[in-house]
Every structure is written in C-alpha cells, then in structure tokens.
Design a protein around this ligand. Structure first.
Ligand code: HSE
Length: 433
C-alpha cells in the first residue's frame, strides 16, 4: 500500500494500551485494507517502562516515550489514543490533543461521564472525532450501536450489568453460598477486582457507564451525580438464597428509563426474574438490554473489561477515525446530547420490593408489620417465614408495585416496632405483576 500512513500515538501503555497495540499489530494488513491507508503507531507513552505488561511485545526504543508531549505536539500524529484512565491528567491531554487538531479515542468512562460536554465542544470546534466505544462494556459494541444502528429508534429503556467485578462477586455469593467479603477476596485474588474496589462495589463505575449510555440513548446531558446509586456491600448470601427460592436472581443493574420526557436513572442491586436474559449473565461478563420503539428488545453480551476485549473496542474506534480521516469526514458523528431532561428523584420510583426482616418469633408480629404496610398503602404479594430458630424468625416479603416514598415510610415505621430486631435487606425488584 503506497499511501502515506495515518499515524497514531498511544498515551498510557498499561492493560488497555497493550491490548490496543497488540490488536493493531496482529491485524495490521486487514486494518490497512479496511481503512484504505496504512494505520501505524508512531509513539507509545508511559511514565514507567520497567514494569511487566499483560502481553509482552518487543517495542523499538525509538517508539517509546515518557512525556505525553511527544505525542501531543507531533504534527505527524493524527489520532491520539488516551489509555491512562482517571480525569487527571487525561482531561488535559485529551483537550490538548483536540486543540492541536488531533482526533481522540479513549475508553475512559470517568472522563467522558464527567467532562463529556467540554470535550465534545472542543472536538466539534475543529470537526474532529472523539470516540469512546470502550468506555462502556469493554469489548461489547454498545456506543456505536446506539449512535448508529439504533439511531432511528426512540429508546425507552436501557438496563445493564456493566460491572464485571460485582457480577463476579454476586455470582459467587449465589452459587457458592459465600458472603460478600469472601467473594470479594476471591475476585481480588483472580485479578477481577482492583486493589481498591470501592468504585466497583459502591456502584460508581456503573454510574459512570449509565451516565454515558443514558446520555446517548435519551439524547440528553446527564450528570453522574444525579444518578441514584447503591452498591452491593449490604447484600448477604441469604438474600441470594431466598431470592433464588422465590424464582429471582440478584444483579447489580444500571437502569435508565424515559417516562414522559423525564428520566429515571439508578444503579442498585435488583431482583430479576430467573428467566430474564440478564439473570443468566454470570461471572465477570457484562450485558446491556435496550428497548427501542422499532427494534423492540435487543441485548448485547460479552466481556466488559480486560486487555484484549477493551483493546478490540479501542481499535474499532481507531479504524473508524482513520476511515473518516481518509475520506475527509472527521466530526461526522457529533455529540447528541440535545436536551437537559429532568431526572426524577428516587422517591418517585414505582417498583416492587423484597424485604428481609429478623423479628421476634411471637404471635402478632406479622400482623403488626402487615398493618404498617396496609396503612402506608403498600400491597403485599407474598410473605415467607424462611427461618425460625430460637427466639427469632426471618421473614421475607415481596410487595406489589409501590412508590419508593411509601416503602421508605413503611421501613422507618417497621424498624421502630419493638419485635423487629433488624431490617436485614431491602432490594428493589424488576418483576412483572
Ligand atoms: N472495573 C470495571 C469492572 C472494569 O469491574 O467491570 C472497568 O470499567
């Protein structure tokens, strides 16, 4: 191929940088053919070249750099790939790249979720591409399907398992009957959980991803802090067991729903009917379920993180940008956050609830609890006495659809009843009536 190559600079040579570079090298001929011009990495930047990489590759020394400016100020480099994660210094690097006329590919969910507007404005000013397929769902195609293949639909719902660490933990708790801490320790041992797993187990990582998905699906600006969020640290192995007995799986879901031009956005553990397609997504896998006005229901499934899967998504973006460069069409797919839709407070949510209580094993206790529910307008679907040993009993309730506000009021009153020892769990349920 005689044409001048399109040159790429990769900033950050950790897991994702390695997966990106390896994918580009492994499939170079095919990529060149698909783009119609050679696509070559000119420079790789990392502050530490001594630590081991997930996949060892011999890199010529002239390609290695430690200063991002060796990519950002190189007039030959047309595509900058940001693979460092976090917002600092990634934000500065990406802005500098765009202001220098370079298109950018990133898989940095926090950067896109928190600074999307600023970055898309900078890209639009110079008609450049800013692509971020790998920021949600790792190797699963979801950003481009929403922006292109499903763009003719009105999306009413997007619901996904978008965090592999927590899905691995919940799968272990459910299948091995272990508690959260033990399952987390195993996730850490196997390399699924980060050394500091807070963002995953407290649901911040899925909230970043939901902010990105919802902003595309519902064509609106979404602030990540407006997303209601609960993590998985309060779940017990018993919740998994009882949910299973009732015909449900518990998953950490990111859910976005449009209701009358307003949005319900939430990340929390959820009971899902065992026959729902998302209930079968186990281990570190991710899946995203979308409901569109014309397409109906579609689900995207695969590896939501990792060196090669995320590298696959990043390289898909590089190819797309390179095609746009070749045909002089960068900036073709601009930001689609046209609106500022109202985000409904969680108190407005209407759903079903699972509630696990430890109570005194005495006559009249069930009736007292049922009275509170009745007075607060919460309708009960089923009640099970799961375990009565010694002085206390464990009771599990499943409600019909009710307002969060009514449920919270009921919980407060129930917690004050003298025979209620503990509210051990309250989990929202996605369940047909
Ligand atoms: N920590 C994330 C997960 C992967 O466990 O899915 C990166 O987004």
């Amino acid at each position: 191929m005689a044409e001048r190559p399109i040159l790429v600079g990769i900033i950050g040579y950790g897991k994702i940088g390695t997966g990106t570079y390896k994918t580009l090298l492994d499939n170079q001929d095919s990529i060149d053919r698909q783009v119609g011009r050679p696509v070559r990495v000119k420079r790789l930047v990392d502050v530490d070249w001594s630590s081991p990489r997930p996949v060892p590759i011999d890199i010529p020394s002239e390609m290695k750099a430690t200063d991002a400016d060796e990519v950002l100020t190189d007039p030959e480099i047309a595509i900058v790939v940001e693979c460092i994660g976090g917002t600092e210094p990634a934000l500065d690097f990406v802005l500098k790249a765009l202001r220098s006329g370079k298109s950018v590919v990133t898989s940095n969910k926090e950067l896109i979720a928190r600074h999307g507007k600023e970055l898309f404005d900078a890209a639009a000013e110079r008609s450049l591409d800013l692509m971020f397929e790998g920021s949600v769902g790792g190797g699963i195609p979801i950003v481009r399907p929403l922006k292109s293949c499903l763009a003719g639909n009105r999306i009413s719902r997007i619901m996904g398992i978008v965090n592999g660490t927590t899905n691995f933990i919940l799968t272990r708790m459910s299948q091995q009957h272990v508690e959260f801490q033990e399952a987390l320790a195993e996730a850490t041992r196997l390399g699924y959980a980060e050394p500091d797993p807070t963002n995953d187990v407290e649901g911040l990582d899925p909230a970043f991803k939901l902010a990105i998905l919802a902003s595309i699906a519902f064509e609106t600006r979404v602030q990540v802090d407006s997303i209601y969020r609960e993590g998985i640290t309060g779940l017990g192995a018993r919740d998994m067991e009882y949910a299973g007995q009732l015909g449900y799986a518990i998953k950490l879901l990111a859910i976005g729903t449009e209701i009358d031009e307003a949005l319900e956005l939430r990340v929390h553990p959820t009971l899902l009917p065992a026959d729902h397609p998302l209930a079968a997504v186990s281990g570190p896998f991710n899946a995203i379920f979308v409901r569109g006005s014309s397409v109906g229901e579609v689900m995207f499934y695969g590896q939501g993180a990792g060196t090669m899967p995320t590298g696959s998504a990043v390289v898909g973006d590089i190819i797309d940008v390179a095609r746009n460069i070749r045909s002089g069409a960068t900036g073709r797919v601009a930001c689609t956050c046209f609106e500022g839709k109202h985000i409904l407070p969680i108190e407005e949510l209407e759903t079903r609830y699972y509630l696990r209580l430890r109570v005194a094993d005495r006559p009249g206790v069930l009736a007292a609890i049922a009275t509170v529910f009745g007075e607060e307008g919460v309708s009960l679907a089923s009640v099970l006495q799961m375990d009565a040993s010694g002085e206390s009993a464990e009771i599990v309730w499943l409600t019909h659809t009710t307002k969060e506000r009514q449920m919270q009021r009921s919980l407060k009153r129930i917690s004050e009843l003298p025979d209620v020892h503990e509210i051990s769990g309250c989990i929202r349920a996605e369940a047909e009536e």
